[in-house]
Design a protein around this ligand. Structure first.
Ligand code: IZC
Ligand code: ZN
Length: 423
């Protein structure tokens, strides 16, 4: 029996989320469910999907590891398409300041916030970052995540930005989860460039981007386009250059102040525009027209006590919405997918089906991998999660608790909750 050859059979619901591109508007409600379903994975790739009886008719079970998913629901692995999971140090004291009323941007102006994590990340050794990174990836896996996007941005200098990206490259080799790397050198203005933001953008364009491109250290380029951080003009300049160099684009857009980040994402053909709490009607319309995935991060709005992004309006306007954790040490220190699902369904008026689409095929689209992951379709990677209840409907219903029982990555069982405690 080869590693990566597995059959999952008798699933009461095989929730395929079938599709090879982002689902927009009302399409987000269609999960393409097969009752009493089975999936066959060979050499890590999905080879067959269908009713159990029909699948077992066609293949020889003895050639595979067999998992019986009776009374369970089986879904594609979740794609967490927006995180900042490589950082040194923590910002627990800032959480307390926020509880006593201090605003996120006020903390940042005082040299806390992102700059605080920059200090911690500069001090951390590669080995420390790898060790912490492994623990965080393991935790994400317990929530059913099989692909995660990770950003640099806690270096803001040449060495540390590269160090973060190299750490993610190394983690991608040693951990089963797939990591999509994003360069976020323009995450904040470092002390030494205060008041010289344009020169900092020049430094990134001239010194850091070419090295990243040359060594293929990141697939995406991102920027924190925000009042008192980087303007729309500065964002346009950096992202246009990155695009010219062949990188794909993401943008932290309209999170705290409505600057026109959504419009810029549409203008530049970004793969995703993220946050969007304050995005304008016009900006939202453009995201839908230009097929830019609207990546919503409700954990951040929750943690910062902000109003949620207008998910309902976006979906009804024909957008493809993705959901992600924004896991980071400041504005949203959580890798909890169940929390994100709870907020999306209960507070953003997304349907359960839309929330699942947003974390699977649309999450995959937000990292340009909808042809490879995000659904249970023949030809895609065997990234599958078995949930312990018979229907996907239990996922939001079991509020804030992970329903994940087993995680299969490239056809290999990499996490099994049942192995933690057996009576
Ligand atoms: O470290 O606070 N918003 N970037 C933009 C963040 C939040 C992460 C952080
Ligand atoms: Zn972010």
């Amino acid at each position: 029996m080869n590693e990566g050859n597995i059959i999952i059979k008798n699933a009461s619901e095989l929730v395929t989320c079938s599709g090879f591109k982002a689902k927009k508007g009302s399409e987000m409600n269609n999960l393409h469910i097969i009752e009493d379903g089975a999936v066959v994975i060979e050499d890590g790739i999905i080879k067959a999907v269908g009713k159990t009886a029909q699948i077992l008719d066609e293949i020889d079970e003895n050639k595979y590891e067999v998992i019986d998913a009776s009374n369970k629901s089986v879904l594609p692995g979740f794609v967490d398409s927006h995180t900042h999971f490589i950082f040194g140090g923590y910002r627990a004291e800032e959480f307390n300041w926020r509880l006593s009323g201090m605003q996120y941007m006020e903390i940042m102006k005082k040299g806390g916030g992102i700059i605080n994590s920059v200090r911690g990340t500069k001090e951390a050794t590669r080995e420390e970052l790898i060790e912490e990174g492994l623990k965080r990836l393991n935790s994400m896996m317990t929530f059913g995540v099989t692909t995660v996007e990770g950003k640099s941005g806690y270096g803001l200098d040449y060495e540390t930005e590269i160090k973060q990206l190299e750490v993610m490259k190394e983690l991608n080799k040693i951990h089963p989860l797939d990591i999509v790397k994003t360069f976020l050198g323009a995450h904040a203005v470092p002390e030494e460039y205060k008041g010289r933001e344009n020169e900092f953008i020049d430094f990134i364009i001239d010194r850091v981007l070419p090295e990243i491109k040359e060594r293929n250290l990141a697939e995406f380029c991102d920027i924190f386009c925000e009042k008192n951080v980087f303007s729309v003009e500065q964002s346009r300049r950096l992202l246009s250059k990155a695009k010219e160099m062949g990188m794909k684009l993401k943008i932290h857009a309209d999170e705290i102040v409505q600057l026109g980040g959504a419009e810029l994402a549409a203008e530049l053909g970004a793969v995703s525009a993220d946050h969007l709490l304050q995005a304008s009607d016009e900006g939202i319309k453009k995201l839908a027209e230009k097929d830019v995935v609207a990546t919503l991060l409700p954990g951040t709005a929750f943690s910062l006590k902000e109003d949620y992004a207008r998910a309902r309006y976006m979906i009804d306007s024909g957008c493809a919405v993705a959901l992600a954790t924004d896991f980071n040490p400041g504005s949203c220190f959580t890798e909890s997918i169940p929390l994100i699902i709870a907020l999306a369904t209960l507070y953003m008026n997304m349907t359960t089906e839309e929330a699942i689409t947003a974390l699977t095929i649309n999450g995959a689209a937000a990292v340009s991998r909808a042809d490879e992951i995000g659904s249970i379709d023949v030809g895609k990677k065997g990234d599958i999660v078995i949930h312990e209840f018979p229907s996907y409907k239990y996922i939001p219903y079991h509020i804030g608790v992970s329903t994940v029982e087993k995680v299969i990555k490239n056809g290999i069982l990499v996490y099994d909750k049942c192995k933690v405690f057996e009576k």
